[in-house]
Design a protein around this ligand. Structure first.
Ligand code: NDP
Length: 449
């Protein structure tokens, strides 16, 4: 990475000092600051009014106790978080994550990334993120409901359709959003449909929201290939994870005529040379909520299940990391390059380490950062808010059509910005600068607040 200017290096040192012990947050900020080198050189006014310092500091951070009862009557305590990062462009917007690895640094990095991502969508939404170190794995439906209700007992004070609009993320899908919406409705005595997105269709959800993040990531990969007059048809692909983002990325890749031969969960990965059987995968993961090893047991001959292995060992031309942060390292990137990968688009948030990104960029692999490639999810959440505000419900075709247009615009904006700043093909730089400029322009107009 190029050296930071003295001013940006001082900002970086202060962010690291003030947020000690939060490596993921440092990583996300460092990447953006490196992109801003070029902005400050070309437009020094973006360093005025402490704009960059303010953009790196969350507007508000809320941490709370979440007590809940398991089925045997034992009391458990988890910690809840909501980081309201930046509201220059609109109400805070970003998902809620339930995973044992959650801490304030993880939520802060996600909220920071979300601010730029939401700006890239062109919709009027600020950035925020929340979650808990609660582990939903192995919990009964009633335990999940009681946890969601307890979580919302505190969170409801801080959110609202004009304040902060949470959605799902790792460990939080339609079931959890339903329980949280029910609790919010009871606590506030208001049917405020626009307070949460990712809702079920029976109570204000949007068609195509479930599919949006994965569909959008696959579309972004296709647009990148098109810049080289290439496509995805017949391409060998691997997708990490087997949750919401991964499943619908696989679905869209298959629709494009690509062959997805591997996917994973946190216990291992499967290789299915004939192409992943998506109906079976959905049944195991979405309906039965089982481990991926069940896929091999049921699909049988010709399918390999590798426990604890790395899915990046599988040879492919297209790789979509769709599980979690820092899941693809420098050594994995080198292996993928050696095996002939042509395009990598992040469906997850920050799944590739800085070393991995450097390997891809040096090898001229097309690489898209999550804040651009996975922005289809939050963009469709904003479409859900539009439908709620107008008491309307659009068809799948209309919503998915808008998603397609938005993904194309984000792709083209990132590509054009990278070119303007002298780095054609650098989607990381393009996404960081295009997102920053939108947020910074609004912050300047709003004064020092
Ligand atoms: P899900 O909970 O539906 O799925 C997560 C998947 O990733 C599961 O297969 C899970 O395996 C795997 N996984 C999670 N943590 C780890 C880990 N530490 N190591 C290995 N595998 C892991 O989440 P989503 O699909 O919603 O989210 C995936 C990523 O996409 C996240 O980074 C999220 O922030 C990002 N994202 C999600 C959006 C959305 O709309 N849902 C929008 C934009 C980004 P297992 O079941 O074994 O834990």
């Amino acid at each position: 990475m190029p050296q930071l200017t003295e001013r940006l290096a001082a900002i970086q040192a202060e962010v690291h000092r003030r947020n000690a012990g939060e490596p993921e947050f440092h990583q996300a900020v460092d990447e953006v600051l490196h992109s801003l080198n070029r902005v400050v050189a070309k437009h020094p006014e973006y360093a005025d009014m402490a704009l960059i310092e303010r953009i790196c500091e969350p507007e508000r951070q809320i941490i709370f106790r979440v007590p809940w009862l398991d089925d045997k009557g034992n009391v458990h305590i988890n910690r809840g978080f909501r980081v309201q990062f930046n509201s220059a462009l609109g109400p805070y917007k970003g998902g809620i994550r339930f995973h044992p690895s959650v801490n304030v640094g993880i939520i802060k990095f996600l909220g920071f990334e979300q601010t730029f991502k939401n700006a890239l969508t062109g919709m009027p939404i600020g950035g925020g993120k929340g979650g808990s170190d609660f582990d939903p794995k192995g919990k009964s439906d009633l335990e999940i409901m009681r946890f969601c209700q307890s979580f919302m007992t505190e969170l409801h004070r801080h959110i609202g359709e004009y304040t902060d609009v949470p959605a799902g993320d790792i460990g939080v899908g339609g079931r959890e959003i339903g329980y949280m919406f029910g609790a919010y409705k009871r606590l506030t005595n208001k049917y405020e449909a626009g307070v949460l997105t990712g809702k079920g269709l029976s109570y204000g959800g949007s068609r195509a929201r479930t599919e949006a993040t994965g569909y959008g990531t696959a579309a972004f990969a296709r647009h990148m290939m098109e810049t080289r007059k290439d496509g995805l048809e017949g391409r060998k692909c691997i997708v990490s994870g087997s949750g919401n983002v991964a499943i619908y990325a696989i679905e869209k890749l298959q629709e494009y005529g690509a062959k997805v031969i591997a996917c994973s969960d946190s216990s291992g990965y499967v290789v299915d040379k004939d192409g992943i059987d998506l109906d079976l995968l959905k049944e195991i993961k979405e309906v039965r909520r089982e481990r991926l090893s069940a896929y091999q047991e049921e699909r049988g001959k010709g399918v390999q299940y590798i426990k604890d292995g790395s899915v990046w060992d599988v040879e492919c031309e297209v790789a979509l990391p769709c599980a979690t942060q820092n899941e693809l390292h420098g050594k994995d990137a080198k292996k993928l390059v050696k095996n002939g990968v042509k395009v990598v688009a992040e469906g997850a948030n920050m799944p590739c380490t800085p070393e991995a990104i450097e390997v891809f960029q040096e090898s001229k692999v097309l690489f898209a950062p999550g804040k651009a490639a996975n922005a289809g999810g939050v963009a469709t959440s904003a479409l859900e808010m539009q439908q709620n505000a107008s008491r309307d419900s659009w068809t799948f075709e209309k919503t998915a059509g808008r998603l397609d247009e938005i993904m194309k615009t984000i792709h083209d904006d990132c590509a054009a910005t990278a070119e303007d700043y002298g780095a054609p093909g650098d989607y990381v730089l393009g996404a960081n600068i295009a997102g920053f400029v939108r947020v910074a322009d609004a912050m300047r107009a709003l004064g020092v607040v």
